[in-house]
Design a protein around this ligand. Structure first.
Ligand code: 92P
Ligand code: NA
Length: 310
């Protein structure tokens, strides 16, 4: 009897929760979307700025061509629904996804300053105090994905770390749908030079692989170029991957960076994933703690970036 009463009492909360989630769930269809300029392309798809006409919402839509039968496509859409529950200040918002003639569309929060990849290529290397705040945001996003949803990002790199005019840093393009990862892995897209050595060697992907990718991404943003191979050598992708697996990590120029930053990167780039520190350790590292303490003015930096990108 009393369990029934308890269930009845709990109803309004459930309904309220349901209502909230539904108001945010826009029913997306291609005919309601007006495309604008391309924002980026790479790792299996193209991203465009779009307008969702019925609500007047500006979004970013990633279109991925997926060669898959109806069953697989249905499974991908079902798995992408998890993105509706990935609500966190450090994760790019998700509006919905749909499939149109073999093309998968994923509609997300628009980040008006774009990716850190396009930012550093346009306005130069990112200064250390800004990098410390970026690191804190990325770690918080990765910890949220892993602890709340058991999701490993699998593709941390500068082009997947996005910035908006509020100076907010958010992660995009994480591997939420196993089926999508499989479907795209069949194309050449799979191997990326941000992958950890154990991953390049075909080993199991673990959350520790995201730590390596974070370290490599931070070094690239700090020096303004992909850190491997050192000085001026250009290698074809296969040789570059071999180099990453077999050669020591080129050090940061010691005179230009703090010992904390050098130490943080060195630890992320330990080749053995079991010896590489985990998120729990890294979020307490001095390089990150100083960022929390000094609360760097990210809004001012974003304003400056916005000016320079014009
Ligand atoms: C994969 O997601 C993205 O590339 C993006 C998601 N939101 C954006 N906003 C601007 C540029 C790129 C994106
Ligand atoms: Na991306």
């Amino acid at each position: 009897k009393n369990t029934e009463a308890a269930e009845v009492a709990a109803l309004p909360k459930q309904l309220e929760k349901l209502e909230v989630s539904n108001t945010f769930k826009i029913d997306l269809k291609d005919s309601d979307l007006k495309p604008f300029e391309e924002l980026g392309s790479g790792n299996g798809g193209t991203v465009n700025k779009i307008l969702h006409v019925p609500t007047g919402t500006i979004m970013a839509r990633k279109v991925i061509h997926v060669e898959a039968n109806a069953t697989v496509r249905k499974q991908i859409l079902r798995e992408l629904q998890i993105l509706h529950d990935c609500n966190n200040p450090y994760i790019v918002g998700f509006y919905g996804s749909y499939i149109n003639e073999g093309d998968l569309s994923i509609c997300m929060e628009y980040m008006d300053l774009g990716s850190l990849d396009s930012i550093y290529r346009k306005i130069g290397p990112i200064k250390e105090p800004i990098l410390a705040d970026i690191t804190l945001s990325v770690l918080r996003g990765l910890i949220y994905l892993h602890e709340t949803h058991k999701i490993i990002h699998r593709d941390i790199k500068p082009s997947n770390i996005l910035v908006n005019s509020n100076g907010e840093i958010k992660l995009a393009d994480f591997g939420v749908s196993g089926q999508l990862v499989n479907s795209v892995a069949n194309t050449f897209v799979g191997t990326s030079h941000y992958m950890a050595p154990e991953r390049i060697q075909g080993g199991k992907y673990s959350v520790q692989s995201d730590v390596w990718s974070l370290g490599i991404s931070l070094m690239e943003l700090a020096i303004g170029k992909f850190p491997f191979p050192p000085e001026g050598i250009v290698l074809p992708i296969f040789d570059l991957l071999q180099y990453i697996v077999n050669e020591p990590v080129p050090p940061l120029p010691a005179d230009q960076f703090s010992v904390e930053f050098q130490d943080f990167c060195n630890k992320c780039l330990i080749k053995d994933p079991h010896k590489r520190p985990n998120f729990k350790y890294l979020i307490k590292h001095r390089f990150v703690i100083t960022a929390e303490a000094e609360n760097v003015d990210m809004k001012a930096w974003a304003k400056e970036v916005g000016e320079k990108l014009k």
